[in-house]
Design a protein. Structure first.
Length: 165
């Protein structure tokens, strides 16, 4: 039988030691939902979507230009294309508008009552067409990710129609 020398025991113990000290490499790191939500919130360093006509404006001015172009384009289209309502109505619609990673603007959802649909039956199609009148935007950039992201926002629209006698 061979005698174990100090060098031999060192060679035997080294792999065992490395195995136990490197176990942290196999641990999974889990990010909490709270941390993800915090990192996803919009911050002052993030860049909101923009249109070419707003180029050169910074900060809040760029955001105001972006919103005003949307409001003007949509309201002009609605004023010129909504047919006469078949009854009196006054309601606020809530449009959910999305600017995707390529800058395409689309209507994600509309929140309105059945009463307005009865008064203006093809309103949903008119709203989709109004959004398609918008030019392609420059997408939003999330600073902590460093890439284009989808931006979503709400646009309230007040519809007032009077019944013709």
């Amino acid at each position: 039988m061979k005698k174990i020398t100090p060098h031999t025991s060192l060679y035997l113990m080294l792999p065992v030691f490395l195995f136990f000290t490197s176990c942290h490499l196999f641990e999974s790191t889990q990010v909490s939902t709270k941390e993800i939500a915090k990192a996803s919130k919009w911050s002052a360093q993030d860049i909101a979507p923009s249109f070419d006509v707003c180029e050169g404006l910074e900060g809040n001015d760029n955001e105001v230009c972006f919103k005003e172009l949307i409001i003007t384009t949509v309201s002009d289209y609605l004023n010129n294309n909504i047919p006469e309502a078949n009854r009196q109505i006054e309601e606020v619609l809530l449009l959910i508008i999305t600017v995707d990673k390529e800058g395409y603007v689309s209507l994600k959802d509309v929140d309105f009552s059945n009463a307005i649909l009865e008064a203006i039956p093809n309103l949903n199609n008119i709203l989709v067409d109004a959004i398609y009148q918008l030019p392609q935007a420059k997408p939003a950039i999330k600073s902590n990710v460093g890439s284009f992201v989808v931006a979503e926002f709400q646009l309230p629209i007040r519809i007032v129609a009077q019944e013709l006698n």
